[in-house]
Design a protein around this ligand. Structure first.
Ligand code: BGC
Length: 903
């Protein structure tokens, strides 16, 4: 039976508030038969859920496309909900019934003039009182309502309430964008929150990223000085009429119980000042001021919203040697603590947040620098009261309790984990508990640092969208979760913040003023950081088949490459300007921030890489002239690179692991130099006692390069090292997230300098890509992106007996597992989703010995092709689940036995 399910519009389930002309639809097919390929589909759109009147019908359309389908010759109307359903036919003749119905709803679909409301602000805003203003508007309803939607945004952060109920489940709205150029609005369906008679609509405003503390220079008001609200409530009545409640001078405003709220600093709340919206004493509320501020920069919500994703209970209440009472959440997490307390009115309690305890077991906050992340709560007294913050988040595992009663209970506290609500897509488990913990830590690095913007870290006074970190981690992140909407939004900000000369700021959204000191006279365009402009859209294209995003970012990619081209005298080398180099590499002076790899070398290597990806993008997008130009440019850069950095006899002149890794990964060498470099990389790793010395730039590519160049066992050796420096060192030290430094906590218990020592930095978590792509072997195909062709090439190695991994792709679930059984038996299980093709590599197999579900391969009719490839077997097959069992070739067995001994 064929079914169509998982209907998505622009990656989202039933999105409200889209502003594009041509929303794309995607679906998944399921069949109980193997080899399911779609031959045709039909999409119907209707204004009603019952499909009485069809608004648009594709008819039966012969096509195998099932992701990112645009609706031909159809344009949506603003503020309109479209229901859609899909059915499909498959090549083998099966026909599905209609899918369940899904919907998408358009937003205001206009530029600034679509908004009739005024920006409103508190007249006392900016005075010494830093409390969060509280706005409200009363209105009466006397007719029956069909639907009601709120369109809303803010300068700052907003939290809406309608008739004493919080509107929506989203936090940190309207999100963080390059505020001067782009500001998102959200749409909420509030039909069910309205009531007959009097209604009260209210909003709190917080400073947020817009004008709170941001950057390490203790600056505020980076994007603007006034916080303000812009809101429209559109009510449709059953009689066909419509009424709009707009933010305008009819609103009233007062100070609130949220006495202070700041992303870095935390929140101060006085519950004695709290009141419901319905019984608030409003006599003394002031009329609002209208703010003259543009509406032309407002865009619909692009990213998935930040929500409360999960809730953790503390695992212990400790008393430190210094006598502090400290909760241990058991996990370095990002979000806040919700707590319940009973006590006297006016009593204040405080929560401080830290990532680690120091060597002695004391509460350690020095590495937070200027970010106090402190919650202060003053009780209203009487009943049990429960509180959680509004406009701030903390990065922490430990919470110091100050002023709490002696008899606190663990279940009075809940860790609320907040991040962008991305669909979880990847799972990986294996026979090594330490590697499983590493995978867990990588995942939590993503949770903590994908709070609307990809940040370096979530705790100290930084939390910025560092471009380099994002490009290093983007592919790992896209294995773990669906990151397409997240990066779509961020890349639009990147483009918005791109300089006229094509330069890319160090972080996006950019805070120019905050970075004017500290990095010399430049605050943009470091190699391997600015290259995020090219690497990120290309990766999203590969992982999700998103050609539209690639087309949208193409100009930005080109401008970045042109920027590099224009630097210095030689257009084919990049040997000028400021660069972060192989940031935190270990091969330089002790405690140095910058690794030993020559910065010009790194810059030129990434120049070549970005040009090669721009060339590929030109080909995908059909820009033949550009493709020819970038091809030639790439040749010239490679020639210049070789001239400058490779000796005539083929030796790389920069003797670091990172230099060797980059040359191999980016394919910058002729075959003689390549072979020499492969040998030399092996020696460099051996010379370091089979340990890595790489920093931010080299580490993400290290294990993939080793696996690709015949050093696969060495890659496993590096994975399994447990002493410093290694991925598992921090795991054995009890880490629950990935550290910024290989030696954030040293073997003797001492700490890296507090000026830069985060314990939740995802960059080195880029090893996650190697776990999925090499160890489990799940890979996409750049010519058939989005896993239209699924490559499964498991790479077993010494130290692992089994691996199980799966990935929810745009087409459906991909799975890859391998198990080394007794007597050299290998079991490989794979799942290939409907409407895709799989190519499976069985390592160390001989065609004659392979059984699929007990049958020799030549008797399995669903298999398209089988080939012997060296000591492996390659099988091409259609969708379905397969179990291959075979005896590993003797030669392979011996190698394995030696490997196991040497580990
Ligand atoms: C950040 C990094 C970032 C770096 C620039 C640091 O302060 O935390 O992750 O990439 O600066 O090299």
């Amino acid at each position: 039976m064929l079914t169509v399910s998982h209907l998505r519009c622009e990656y989202k389930i039933n999105p409200i508030g889209l502003d594009m002309k041509s929303p794309r639809l995607s679906w998944k097919l399921q069949s109980d038969r193997r080899n399911c390929v779609q031959s045709a589909y039909q999409i119907q759109l209707s204004l009603t859920e019952s499909f009485e009147l069809i608004e648009w019908d594709s008819g039966k359309k012969n096509s195998d496309q099932s992701i990112h389908v645009e609706l031909d010759h159809w344009l949506p109307n603003a503020r309109t909900r479209y229901y859609y359903r899909i059915r499909a036919w498959e090549v083998a003749g099966d026909e599905s019934s209609w899918s369940d119905t899904a919907f998408f709803e358009m937003g205001l679909m206009g530029s600034g003039n679509a908004w009739k409301a005024d920006w409103i602000k508190a007249p006392f805003d900016g005075e010494t009182d830093v409390s969060c203003p509280r706005f409200h508007r009363l209105f009466d309803l006397h007719k029956s309502v069909t639907s009601a939607k709120i369109y809303v945004t803010a300068l700052g952060l907003y939290e809406l309430h309608l008739n004493d109920r919080r509107v929506g489940q989203d936090y940190f709205t309207p999100g963080w964008t390059s505020y001067g150029k782009r500001l998102q609005y959200q749409v909420y369906d509030v039909t069910d929150l309205l009531q007959n008679g009097e209604n009260i609509l209210g909003a709190y405003l917080g400073d947020g990223w817009y004008r709170g503390h941001l950057g390490w220079n203790k600056e505020q008001k980076i994007f603007g000085t006034d916080s303000a609200l812009l809101l429209e409530l559109h009510i449709r009545y059953t009689d066909g009429s419509e009424e709009h409640i707009l933010s305008n001078p009819d609103w009233k405003v007062a100070t609130s119980a949220i006495r202070m709220s700041d992303i870095y600093m935390g929140e101060t709340y006085d519950a004695r000042m709290e009141s419901n919206w319905t019984n608030a004493p409003t006599e003394n509320w002031s009329p609002v001021d209208v703010l003259d501020y543009t509406k032309d920069i407002i865009v619909a919500q692009e990213n998935v919203p930040v929500t409360q994703i999960e809730h953790l209970q503390p695992i212990a209440l400790l008393t430190t040697p210094q006598g502090d009472r400290v909760l241990d959440m058991g996990q370095n997490m990002v979000g806040w603590v919700r707590f319940s307390i009973q006590g006297e009115a006016g009593h204040t309690v405080e929560l401080r947040h830290a990532e680690i305890l120091d060597h002695e077991g004391n509460f350690y906050i020095e590495n937070l620098r200027g970010a106090t992340q402190c919650i202060r709560y003053t009780l209203k007294g009487g009943e049990l009261e429960t509180y959680e913050p509004h406009f701030t988040f903390q990065g922490f595992r430990y919470v110091k309790l100050i002023g709490f009663p002696d008899d606190v209970h663990l279940n009075d506290f809940t860790g609320v984990v907040l991040h962008s609500d991305m669909e979880r897509t990847g799972n990986f488990t294996c026979s090594s508990p330490l590697v499983n913990q590493l995978h867990h830590n990588i995942l939590w690095g993503q949770k903590g640092n994908f709070l609307d913007v990809p940040t370096d870290c979530p705790q100290r006074d930084e939390r910025l969208g560092w471009t380099g970190d994002a490009q290093m981690f983007v592919r790992t992140a896209s294995y773990l979760m669906n990151t397409a909407p997240f990066f779509t939004k961020w890349l639009r900000d990147l483009e918005a913040d791109q300089g006229e000369d094509g330069g890319i700021p160090f972080f996006v959204p950019d805070l120019r003023s905050s970075t004017s000191e500290g990095w010399g006279n430049t605050n943009h365009s470091s190699a391997a950081w600015g290259d995020a402009a090219v690497i990120c859209p290309w990766t999203i294209y590969e992982m999700y088949g998103d050609v539209r995003l690639l087309a949208e970012q193409y100009d930005s990619m080109k401008r970045w490459v042109s920027y590099i081209h224009a630097q210095g005298d030689n257009p084919y080398l990049w040997n000028t300007g400021f660069h972060f180099g192989d940031w935190l590499g270990l091969d330089s002076k002790p405690d140095s921030y910058i690794g030993a790899t020559d910065k010009d070398y790194v810059a030129t290597a990434f120049y070549a890489y970005s040009v090669s990806l721009t060339h590929k993008a030109a080909e995908v997008l059909g820009h033949a002239d550009d493709a020819a130009y970038y091809d030639k440019l790439h040749d010239n850069i490679v020639a210049a690179f070789q001239d400058e950095f490779v000796t005539p006899s083929g030796k790389i002149a920069v003797p670091t692991q990172t230099a060797h890794v980059l040359a191999l990964q980016f394919d910058l060498l002729d075959s003689k130099a390549r072979n020499r470099t492969i040998d030399q990389l092996g020696k460099l790793v051996a010379d370091a006692g089979n340990h890595l010395t790489t920093g931010f730039v080299g580490t993400p590519y290290l294990n993939p390069v080793l696996s690709d160049t015949g050093h696969h066992n060495l890659a496993y050796t590096l994975l399994f090292q447990e002493d410093y420096p290694s991925w598992l060192y921090q795991v054995t030290q009890g880490a629950t997230t990935v550290w910024e430094h290989w030696d954030g906590i040293r073997e003797d218990g001492s700490l890296w300098s507090a000026d830069m020592n985060s314990f939740n930095h995802y960059a080195y978590g880029a090893i996650g890509e190697w776990l999925y792509r090499y160890v489990a072997g799940i890979n996409t195909d750049e010519h058939q992106p989005g896993f239209r062709i699924v490559h499964i090439e498991p790479k077993p190695g010494p130290g692992l007996e089994w691996v199980e991994a799966n990935l929810e792709t745009m087409y459906g679930p991909v799975a890859s597992s391998w198990y080394r059984r007794e007597n050299n038996q290998m079991d490989v299980r794979v799942t290939i989703p409907a409407n895709t093709t799989g190519t499976i590599l069985l390592p160390g197999a001989e065609v004659q010995t392979v059984l699929e579900n007990g049958k020799p391969l030549d008797q399995v009719s669903d298999i398209h092709d089988v080939q012997t490839q060296g000591s492996d077997v390659r099988i091409v097959l259609g969708s379905g689940s397969y179990l291959f069992i075979y005896k590993v070739l003797e030669a392979d067995q011996e190698v394995h036995a030696q490997q196991v001994e040497s580990v």
